[in-house]
Design a protein around this ligand. Sequence first.
Ligand code: FAD
Length: 396
Amino acid sequence: MTKALIIGGGIGGPVAAMALQRAGIEPVVYEAYDRPADYVGLFLNIASNGLDALRAIDIDVAGRADGFPIPRLVMWSGTGKRLGEVANGVRLADGTVSMCVRRGLLQRVLHEEAQGIAFEYGKRLESYTVTAGGVEARFADGTRAAGDILIGADGIHSRTRRILDPGSPEPSFTGLVSVGGYSHSASLAPTTNTQHLVFGKRAFFGYLVRESGEIYWFANLYYPDEPTRQSLAGVSASEWKRQLIELFADDMPLIREIIDNSTGEIGAYPVHDIPASPVWYRGPVVLIGDAVHATSPNAGQGAALACEDAVVLAKCLRDLPDTASAFAAYERLRRARVEKVVAYSRRLGNAKTAGPVARFFRDLMMPLALKIFANEKAHAWMYTHHIDWNEKVGSA
Ligand SMILES: Cc1cc2nc3c(=O)[nH]c(=O)nc-3n(C[C@H](O)[C@H](O)[C@H](O)COP(=O)(O)OP(=O)(O)OC[C@H]3O[C@@H](n4cnc5c(N)ncnc54)[C@H](O)[C@@H]3O)c2cc1C
């Protein structure tokens, strides 16, 4: 039986492991964290196409991971003018729509689903060598593992990508820093099925209120120069609150109320993307998810694309006679789609950093633009992508 070493136990890694197991390949997942990271990260969107990819291998996360449906996004100007609304994905045949989940809980559900699959923690990939029989991985703790193939699912700063193609472009800073957390408010009603997005005067704000009164919020701030992750991590929650309240001083008062009532940690990270990786695979090694095509979070597609990659790669390995043709088919089936999503998401981000003149025209034109371009049909290419597990992959 073919043995696959999967580097990274985030979202794409466990899904690849489950899909490969179905395809008759033995997976082992090697994760750098020393234990399951059930509470790491804030929340993310799993778009309907991602839910569809998971269902292709009979994984249903709807109603789990404390997830809840968000089929609708409503846009506002900072002054409180309703600019319009847009569908967040499409409704699948059984009524399922895009969901918001806590990232750590999603990871936990995926690990529960992957019962019987070996996960090894505290295994940070340092290097690998291609051997006569396949590939040997070496980890920072001094241990090694041998397999027939190696799948780099190790996220945007992928070590696998750096070894595979030392000339691969570094992730590109989008000019935005994402800050977010959880809050409560006695005065805000639940925003059932809806996330609100506000184009503020100096920064962008998103929030939703759950039935329990808990609020999930995030802000995108414009940074002309790229900050390090460490410098952002050094900013205390109270300092973030102070800065954010100042940034949103001229916008809807509810933003300042949400920030002021925020409890617990406030997470912050610079937003990067990888518009195009020249090399997706070489020899027995291949990349999936953020490792090969990280997208900014604006389109809410990062997790969904990683799930799609994982399932498509497993199908290619199942149906094609050798690794080289399977990896080539995987790239052929995936590259154009993911690069289109990354570019689309980057464009959405650019609208968040408009200056005063651009802001004026944006607020004027957006209601019309949303009507024309933001209907379900306009984005069907992204959200209705369907993967049929039983359909065979051809080599051409
Ligand atoms: C800690 C964390 C928090 C995040 N929080 C958010 C969020 O709040 N909102 C949002 O929209 N997106 C968030 N993301 C990004 C989002 O989860 C990904 O875009 C998406 O899920 C793509 O999945 P992926 O499996 O390709 O990569 P990831 O989900 O990034 O998973 C990569 C995994 O590889 C592991 N890894 C990295 N390097 C090595 C190595 N050398 N050896 C072994 N393992 C390695 C990482 O620890 C991680 O578990 C977060 C990602 C991470 C890692």
